[in-house]
Design a protein around this ligand. Structure first.
Ligand code: MEV
Length: 437
């Protein structure tokens, strides 16, 4: 750990939900050791000038809520998890799941070395089989050459690791050979590094195969860069309201079985996982489309789309969850470095490496999945959703301060969570208030 970095002493922040935004920020600042300048950077966010350097034709900035999921313990480390998301209940759901998972020691996560795949499509081959063998025979030469394309990453301990050569016998244009270059990107997501390497390798591959290299691009199915998390939650911790703990556990396992067996359900089940995953991927300035693409391709790797997570029980009766998925995220380069809030998000989590970030993200995905299927399998999803939705409607109807809570509680009680009802309640309450002079 770097000397200036402060580790969160506890991610349990009781009452955090009831604090004001500035009190919450202060509490996070204290836990993460943020300087006054860093706290100020939160309010400032990305500058218009910074945005102009990120993409083209910028006209303004677009904001989303930045929340903190509490209670996370990942590999025995306390982690406050920043999440950027527009959907109510996600941050609360992750925090609840992490609180219950703590009862069993929290999340245990691991990850592969950060190895990305660059693909090279080789066409116009007289003999695709012979071309494949020729590439394998020249593996050492290929790897030696690729090691010269990015000296910085070599110095950091990364670089080309291996090749894999696939023969696709049947495609709309006939057979083709696909070379996979496996490249350890260390703390970078690695898209630029591997794309550059594949571009540079083109003449050598054409010379070895006698064919023509068409596409050179990374694969988002980063199945050499998997991250995995598991948790074991005692059945006793699962009891709530009228629900017995073992009953909740068994209902969660039934919910998982549905997703494991049915692609229609698996898509929604995995969407719940991605609610957690994407929120952390986005807050750290990583490419969430890449993560989405990799996740769903991985979920279909057997030829049938299925659940990314598994839920069962162990010999002690604990509910055991596991999640494994590609997690190509970086902590250097791109928006991760340029976006001031993304940098602070990494600092809040006290992340030291891309692998550590991947491990936290996959833990959050598992937590989010738990929260969703626990609610679905017991009280239903709408109760929690509705009270948050009601608050948004109350605000949209013009309620401020304490009125937001009063009006939303009233709508939930009446089971009439609608904008017109919120507007009527705001009008009604205003009519009791003294006229402003
Ligand atoms: C909603 O954003 C996510 C859920 O649909 C996930 C699930 O069904 O498991 C609640």
């Amino acid at each position: 750990m770097l000397a200036w970095q402060i580790m969160t002493t506890s991610s349990r922040l009781p009452g955090f939900y009831n604090k004001t935004q500035s009190e919450r920020l202060q509490a996070i600042g204290e836990q993460a050791g943020l300087t006054p300048e860093e706290l100020a950077a939160f309010s400032a966010g990305l500058s218009p000038d910074g945005a102009d350097h990120m993409i083209e034709n910028v006209v303004c900035l677009y904001s989303l809520p930045f929340g903190i999921a509490t209670n996370f313990r990942v590999n025995n480390k306390e982690v406050l998890v920043p999440m950027v998301i527009e959907e109510p209940s996600v941050v609360a759901g992750a925090s609840l799941a992490a609180r219950l998972a703590r009862e069993g020691g929290g999340y245990v996560a691991s990850s592969d070395e950060p190895v990305m795949i660059a693909q090279m499509q080789i066409l116009d081959l007289v003999n695709p089989h012979a071309a494949r063998l020729a590439l394998l025979a020249h593996k050492a030469r290929i790897l030696e050459f690729v090691a010269t394309t990015d000296p910085v990453i070599i110095k950091l301990g990364g670089g080309p690791r291996d090749i894999d050569v696939r023969l696709i016998e049947d495609s709309p244009i006939g057979p083709m050979v696909v070379l996979h270059l496996l490249y350890d990107c260390r703390d970078a997501m690695g898209a630029n590094t591997v794309n550059t390497a594949a571009e540079a390798l083109r003449p050598m591959v054409e010379e070895i195969t006698g064919g023509r290299v068409a596409l050179r691009i990374l694969s988002n199915l980063a199945d050499h860069r998997l991250a995995r998390a598991t948790c074991a939650i005692p059945a006793s911790a699962l009891a709530f309201d009228q629900f017995d703990g073992e009953d909740v556990r068994d209902r969660i396992i039934e919910a998982y079985a549905f997703a494991a067996a049915d692609p229609y359900r698996a898509a929604t089940h995995n969407k719940g996982i991605m609610n957690g995953v994407d929120a952390v991927v986005i807050v750290t300035g990583n490419d969430w489309r890449a993560i989405e693409a990799g996740a769903h391709a991985y979920a279909a790797r057997s030829g049938r789309y299925t659940s990314l997570s598994q839920w069962g029980k162990d010999s002690k009766g604990n509910l055991v969850g596991t999640l494994e998925m590609p997690m190509a995220v970086g902590i250097v380069g791109g928006a991760t470095k340029v976006h001031p809030t993304a940098r602070l998000a990494l600092k809040i989590m006290s992340i030291q490496s891309a692998r550590e970030l991947a491990e936290v993200i996959v833990s959050v995905g598992l937590a989010q999945n738990f929260a969703a299927i626990r609610a679905l399998a017991t009280e239903g999803i709408q109760r929690g959703h509705m009270s948050l939705h009601a608050r948004q409607l109350a605000m949209a109807a013009g309620a401020t301060g304490d009125l937001i809570e009063q009006i939303s509680a009233q709508m939930v009680r009446e089971k009439q969570v609608r904008l017109d009802r919120a507007q009527a309640l705001v009008e009604e309450i205003k009519s009791y208030l003294p006229e402003e002079s």
